[in-house]
Design a protein around this ligand. Structure first.
Ligand code: LLP
Length: 412
């Protein structure tokens, strides 16, 4: 949905040059068609089976995107009370919400119970006890699944790998049976499902299948004791193409999953984040200065690590392209922002034919980009727009500088 037309990069039918003129830079630009196509692909790969796609909204929680997905029937994987508030504000159905995360507060549990969510993905015995206590004060039963750590190597970046024994996430595989037994004895707890998530940005789904097999073994062991989780939640993790990765084929993955689940009576839940939104957005930025040097040339742009932290944090690689045609000579640049940190780069050693004032697009910036942005260096956060055919909708205003310190107080 991001293509060059007449030498200029477009989002659907709108040129990014037009968007920059109208909304300024830095600016996140999303394609509605790309967002909906990705979810539709996932949903249709479920092929009429009993399944629910719960968008892992931590990847991008803009209300417009949530609203779009809610209308398409998606559920949501949340990790905080704030995310649940967003689901509700966007018109999402709380009965399709699963609540993940290793540190849920009592207040968050209460809020989620009040709103009747589908399931709490519980990550420890202490969390189970707290949830039971909160449910008891409300006279409710809390639907629960345990996030089991299948001890599978997701073979991805260590910061986003979560399925190994060493990880803070999930309950140990060997402890899961005991926890389920305990849960079935608690009147305030209802065993709803079983859950795992082994990591993010996987370019091969083999580790997910390895995890699935382990989980099915556990499902069968539970069944032998008369414990029947209604659903199996396989988490997220399917990667996308940032550079030259061959992203896993969603339909092939799902076929493999359903084949292995076989005749077992289990609803399947998936929690894709990046795979749905990652390639549906770009970060549009303007070159402030070109700064040639003896060792390196720098293109200093108006977006920075506060807008997109993935390169600084994970050494993540995002393609960077010039939006328009330029007669400028081609050179190799480090694309850097104005923030006072050497880690403030968006890309290193990129060959670009650009002049000062030109626009660049940082590609594949739909996931874990705007939602991880900060106000470091007192930089207001970028605007976000959604393109739909030939129209553009502002879906988040550029933050105003006064808003940055509106909650602060001077000492008298
Ligand atoms: N479910 C759970 C429980 C998760 O923790 C995550 C992501 C997902 C689903 C969605 O995973 P996905 O389908 O997007 O791979 N900030 C990092 C990624 C962190 C992922 C955290 N958990 C990045 O920028 O690459």
């Amino acid at each position: 949905m991001f293509e060059f037309r007449n030498g200029s990069l477009h989002a659907e039918s709108v040129s990014l040059e037009t968007i920059a003129r109208q909304f300024g830079t830095p600016c996140y630009v999303y394609s509605r068609a790309a967002l909906t196509a990705a979810l539709a692909q996932f949903q249709s790969a479920c092929g009429g089976r009993d399944a629910l796609v719960c968008y892992a909204m931590k990847a991008n929680s803009n209300l417009a995107i949530l609203g779009l997905y809610a209308r398409m029937g998606a559920g949501f994987d949340i990790v905080s009370g704030g995310e649940l508030a967003r689901v509700l504000a966007a018109g999402g159905d709380p009965r399709k919400v699963v609540f993940s995360g290793v540190g849920k507060s009592a207040a968050e549990m209460r809020y989620a119970l009040e709103n009747g969510i589908l399931c709490f993905n519980v990550e420890s015995a202490s969390e189970l006890a707290r949830l039971a206590a909160v449910a008891a004060t409300m006279g409710r039963r809390a639907p629960v699944s345990f996030r089991v750590n299948p001890d599978v190597d997701a073979r991805t970046h260590p910061y986003i790998s979560t399925g190994l024994k060493e990880s803070k996430f999930g309950v140990e595989f060997s402890a899961a049976l005991k926890l389920y037994r305990a849960a079935t004895r608690m009147p305030q707890i209802e065993v709803a499902g079983i859950d795992c998530h082994i990591g993010s940005s996987l370019s091969d789904y083999a580790p997910l299948i390895e995890a699935l097999d382990k989980m099915l073994g556990l499902v069968d062991a539970l069944a032998a004791e008369g414990i029947q989780p209604r659903h199996l939640d396989l988490g997220g993790g399917l990667g996308i193409r940032y550079r030259d990765e061959a992203p896993p084929d969603v339909a092939a993955y799902m076929r493999e999953v359903f084949a292995r689940v076989g005749e077992r009576k289990l609803k399947l839940l998936f929690e894709p984040g990046r795979n749905l939104v990652g390639n549906a957005g770009v970060l549009l930025t303007r070159i402030e200065y070109l700064k040639p040097g003896a060792a390196r040339n720098f293109a200093v742009v108006d977006a920075a690590m506060n807008d997109l932290i993935r390169p600084a944090l994970y050494e993540a690689w995002h393609e960077i392209v010039a939006v328009g045609n330029s007669d400028a000579p081609s050179a190799v640049y480090d694309v850097v922002g104005p923030v006072c940190e050497s880690a403030d780069f968006l890309g290193k050693e990129r060959e670009l034919a650009v002049a000062e004032g030109d626009l660049l697009a940082v590609m594949s910036a739909g996931a874990y980009a705007m939602c991880m942005s900060s106000n470091y260096n007192s930089r207001p956060r970028a605007a976000e727009v959604m393109v739909d055919g030939d129209s553009v909708h502002l879906i988040r205003e550029r933050e105003r500088t006064e808003a940055l310190f509106a909650l602060e107080h001077l000492l008298r």
